[in-house]
Design a protein around this ligand. Structure first.
Ligand SMILES: Nc1nc2c(c(=O)[nH]1)N[C@H]1C(S)=C(S)[C@@H](COP(=O)(O)OP(=O)(O)OC[C@H]3O[C@@H](n4cnc5c(=O)[nH]c(N)nc54)[C@H](O)[C@@H]3O)O[C@H]1N2
Ligand SMILES: Nc1nc2c(c(=O)[nH]1)N[C@H]1C(S)=C(S)[C@@H](COP(=O)(O)OP(=O)(O)OC[C@H]3O[C@@H](n4cnc5c(=O)[nH]c(N)nc54)[C@H](O)[C@@H]3O)O[C@H]1N2
Ligand code: SF4
Ligand SMILES: [Mo]
Length: 779
């Protein structure tokens, strides 16, 4: 190696190697180790009493909602002491820290210097404690008053030639109350440019399910897992990303369910689980979870599900009436015959080749499914982030429809949501393509005409900023630069803006790659007490199963200069719209009950919102699928016919998926280990099949650059260490966000426009910076 401490030259994501350690991947998830790690994170970063207070109330019925994922809380039977997981605890530790960034920090550190820190270190600097402003041409952020900040935003917004020159991004931690006033403000201001993290997350799901089943959300409740006969989990790593799902899977298994897992990696959490809340788990006695593991090629799922559907059809034809639920199909669905002819189109050999799973294994899965009807299909980013994601989801829905597996106990769809309130944000109106019914209702309630023209989603926003069509970028949370595809292109786009504004709890890279002027507006987080005019306020969130619950913070905020997200929006609205506004923002700001009263008037399903949200455990939003009421154009559940197009790789190309490690929450890097996969102390690694390492003439530990050519542009991610791993041939895995530089902005899923960041063709070459393999330690 030329120089061990040499900076990797990826300007938007610098990182140095510190010493890779490799161990065996874990066989079971959680266990006592998870409890120990959770404790280390919380008490390593948060004073003891504060940490205890935060953990005690996490996910309890009158506490705050976990800022981690959107997995539901048990309806009736919460553990009185520990209704959270290791990664929930890490999320708390990250937010509840008492470290804060004083103005002196920004005096001492120029923006350009902060940008040289890696994401792990940026996050560890502490909470942002006062509004900060970067003037045009400035090198350092400097303090600004809240009034000053709102004046700057208002003056920029009011200067634009059209409201459509502004973009308002939302990340999925935003509460219902904040999201509602935010989208209301943008509509009164005059734009539907409301990109959100959902555009990169489950947009393919929302599109597919709305067309086929009439609602873009999943249909199952937590209890359905306990009654299911078969649970199919595709493209999801619950041990890391939805850890408490393992408890539900374990319970389902104890009641007789079988689990089929579909994944290019033998993810630990799919294989087994040591429940730390059970004596057996504490003693290290794990439960096996997966019964049939299908190690699919990256993006082989459409072919795989088509093959399963074809085998089920053959069985049905051989023994009519024994496999398909014809009553359900007749009474509820449309498009059955088209589906049958599509399924017959491809022979099994072709499908087997396209998915990379052997015919015997596919038959085993089909045999397990054929006489079962209580089937749940779960999926996440391994399905949604591909070009043909919508088609794959449609095919999974087809499987549920032939089996009559929707709208009854123990069966249905479970698109497992990521961010804790990403589903709620969409419910209350964060959408670049707002439904006409919502707009009509807004017009009726507030007396202004909201814009009807669709706005920009994430990808369209980046193009618009790049082309100079959008000039002000406002983010309600998140880390737009790092989360979006094509990092360098997105950086160029953000830098062209006149103003970039981030409402944020912590400093992140998006604050350091900024517009001509920039603002950071510090806000209260989920754990923080929100007291306003002597009244303690609370917000509410919707989980993956459509339960809306209150979330009330308990911790003393790190600074008196933080405002809550709803208050920030109200003040921005007042400053920008002034007397033009027909909305009483002061009322909303004073008491969020008024916001909830308005949500009730405008959005379906929130009757008695203020009363029901105060009930322990909250309430379920309506979901037509559960009652077999299909809110589609033809009022039927629709089979969808999707063509299978197999992507061909050039001889020296590999297909890359960008995945999460165990120690991160999206772009927030909690730590540098990926314990379950046996990788420690480094994130710049590339997981490769041993045969590919050999074929390409590399060796384990060698440092390579990943690159590709697309749209006439070479994209390079420099300096990744080769790790040998059990992954299908021609497939590689790297961590997000380090390799987002390689995801071309134009590579998106058909119909949903979601970046296809899990099927990116890449090539490998010896790194120009590192001539010799990195020495790594084997544990
Ligand atoms: N601790 C933690 N929790 C989180 C998050 C986090 O970053 N950290 N993020 C939250 C968010 S916003 C989200 S959206 C979720 C994400 O949750 P996941 O979707 O579980 O997250 P990913 O790491 O993107 O994992 C995708 C999984 O899909 C597999 N996969 C990739 N490509 C394919 C494919 O083509 N076919 C199949 N069958 N599998 C494939 C990968 O091997 C991996 O196991 O987690 C949420 N929870
Ligand atoms: N290549 C690749 N790219 C991906 C993905 C992938 O799998 N591969 N996954 C995609 C997915 S699923 C998602 S959801 C997106 C995530 O995209 P984002 O939601 O934009 O990113 P996050 O990393 O979740 O945002 C973290 C930041 O939010 C801020 N924050 C935390 N809590 C709060 C709060 O309470 N209020 C406010 N205002 N700010 C807060 C902090 O500053 C923190 O740095 O990334 C997407 N990008
Ligand atoms: S499973 Fe998700 S919501 Fe539950 S405690 Fe863990 S991170 Fe939080
Ligand atoms: Mo997500």
């Amino acid at each position: 190696m030329k120089n061990e401490t040499q900076q990797i030259p990826a300007a938007e994501n610098p990182e140095k190697f510190i010493g890779l350690k490799l161990g065996e991947p874990y066989k079971d998830a959680a266990g006592v180790k998870a409890v120990v790690v959770a404790g280390e994170y919380v008490f390593g970063q948060v004073p003891f009493a504060r940490g205890m207070k935060a953990l005690f109330i996490l996910n309890q019925k009158l506490g705050y909602d976990c800022p981690g994922c959107a997995w539901p809380d048990p309806d009736g039977e919460r553990s009185p002491i520990a209704e959270y997981c290791e990664n929930g605890a890490k999320a708390i530790a990250e937010e509840a820290t008492t470290k804060s960034l004083k103005p002196q920090f920004f005096v001492e550190n120029a923006v350009a210097d902060l940008a040289k820190l890696n994401d792990f270190h940026i996050g560890k600097e502490g909470r942002v404690a006062q509004p900060m402003y970067l003037p045009e041409g400035g090198t350092h952020y400097q303090p600004i008053t809240w009034e000053g900040a709102f004046e700057k935003i208002a003056s920029h917004l009011n200067k634009l030639e059209s409201p459509n020159e502004a973009v308002f991004y939302t990340s999925g931690r935003t509460s219902n109350e904040a999201a509602y006033v935010y989208q209301l403000f943008t509509k009164e201001y005059g734009t539907n440019n409301l990109p959100d993290c959902s555009n990169m997350c489950h947009e393919s799901t929302s599109f597919a399910l709305a067309q086929t089943l009439g609602i873009g959300k999943g249909s199952v409740k937590l209890h359905d897992f306990y009654e299911a006969e078969v649970i199919v989990i595709l493209g999801q790593n619950p041990g890391t990303n939805h850890p408490r799902m393992l408890t539900a899977l374990q319970k389902g298994k104890a009641n007789g369910a079988k689990i089929i897992s579909v994944n290019p990696l033998h993810e630990t959490g799919l294989l087994g689980f040591n429940n730390p809340q059970k004596v057996k788990g504490v003693l290290g006695v794990g439960s096996k979870l997966t019964d049939i593991f299908l190690q699919v090629k990256i993006n082989g799922d459409l072919a795989l599900v088509k093959a399963i559907n074809r085998l089920l059809l053959e069985e049905e034809e051989a023994h009519p009436g024994t496999v398909f639920d014809h009553d359900f199909i007749r009474d509820n669905t449309a498009g059955y015959l088209d589906f049958i002819s599509e399924v017959k189109k491809h022979d099994l050999d072709f499908l087997v080749d396209a998915c990379g799973v052997s015919l015997d294994e596919i038959k085993e899965a089909a045999n397990l499914l054929k006489h079962k009807s209580k089937i749940i299909v779960c999926w996440a980013m391994g399905i949604t982030q591909h070009k043909n994601a919508v088609a794959t989801i449609n095919e999974m829905v087809n499987l549920l429809l032939i089996k009559g597996s929707i709208g009854k106990p123990g069966a249905g769809t479970c698109p497992t949501r990521g961010h804790s309130n990403v589903q709620g944000d969409r419910t209350v109106g964060i959408f670049d393509k707002p439904h006409e019914a919502l707009l009509d209702q807004i017009k009726k309630v507030y007396g202004f005409e909201p814009p009807r023209e669709h706005g920009y989603d994430v990808v369209k926003s980046i193009y618009a900023m790049h082309e100079g069509k959008a000039k002000v970028f406002f983010a309600m949370g998140g880390n737009f630069l790092s989360a979006t595809p094509d990092t360098s292109f997105t950086a160029e786009a953000l830098r062209k803006c006149n103003l970039t504004v981030h409402v944020s709890t912590k400093l992140n890279r998006s604050h350091l790659v900024h517009g001509k002027e920039a603002l950071i507006l510090p806000c209260l987080g989920r754990t923080d007490l929100d007291i306003h005019d002597g009244l303690t306020q609370f917000v509410s969130c919707e989980n993956s199963t459509g339960v809306v619950q209150m979330s009330k913070g308990v911790l003393k905020p790190v600074s008196t200069d933080l405002l809550s997200e709803p208050v920030i929006v109200c003040r921005m609205a007042k400053a920008t719209l002034g007397s033009r506004s027909k909305i009483d923002w002061d009322k909303f700001e004073k008491n969020y009950d008024h916001i909830r009263d308005d949500i009730e008037k405008v959005v379906n399903g929130f009757e008695d919102y203020n009363k029901r949200v105060r009930e322990r455990g909250g309430f379920y939003l309506p979901n037509g699928c559960r009652e077999r009421k299909w809110d589609t154009k033809n009022s039927k559940a629709n089979f969808a016919v999707s063509e299978l197009v197999v992507e061909k790789l050039a001889d020296d190309e590999l297909m890359m998926m960008t995945i999460r490690s165990h120690d991160q929450f999206n772009t927030t890097i909690y730590g540098l280990d990926d314990r379950y996969r046996g990788v420690y102390n480094e994130r710049r690694v590339v997981f490769m099949n041993p045969a590919d390492i050999l074929r390409q003439g590399f060796e384990i530990g060698e440092v390579i650059d990943l690159y590709n050519h697309h749209d006439g542009r070479e994209r390079v991610a420099c300096g990744f260490i080769i790790v040998s791993y059990d992954i299908p041939e021609r497939c590689v895995a790297t961590y997000y966000p380090e390799t987002n530089v390689l995801v071309p902005i134009s590579c998106v899923a058909d119909k949903s426009n979601q970046p296809s960041s899990k099927s990116i063709p890449v090539k490998l070459r010896r790194s120009s910076l590192f001539e010799e393999p990195i020495a790594f330690k084997v544990l």
